[in-house]
Design a binder for this molecule. Sequence first.
Ligand code: ZN
Length: 172
Amino acid sequence: MIVPIIKYGSPLLRKHSIDITGEDNPIQLSKNLLDTLKKADGIGLAAPQAGILKRTFVIDTSPLSEDDNNIEKIEKAFFNPEITWRSEDKIYYSEGCLSIPSIFEDILRPQKIRVKYFDENFNIIEDEFDGLIARIFQHEYDHLDGILFIDKLNPLKRKLLNGKLNKIKKSI
Ligand code: ZN
């Protein structure tokens, strides 16, 4: 089921999400998020972007991996994720967000991360991600704590975006 994506300006995007439990119907939620992500042609979507304040997000790299064989194809839901380690090496990568349409900015983040999460079978998984997957994971993880990628811009760059951001705010 495709659900509406909440846009910048909604207070829901600034809230902290709580752990998801079996009672929250996590499988259905992750299916809805993946359907919505595919329809929007995005690569990551977090539950708060659908107005659901539970610690869950989905990643689907297929829009990029179809064009580039070097990109690993992942289509997956992450439940109650944690980042347990971040590399000291940081890299810039252009980020966008389905909640902040038509804004793309280079954002500096750790290149590698180690993570822990529950998968769709409720197994606890530990993994290490590098490059694009690490990037998407960190962006989506931030959504669970009410953090948006534009928060990571320096104050001047952020100021330069105010006009565009206000337009998105007014359109919601
Ligand atoms: Zn986002």
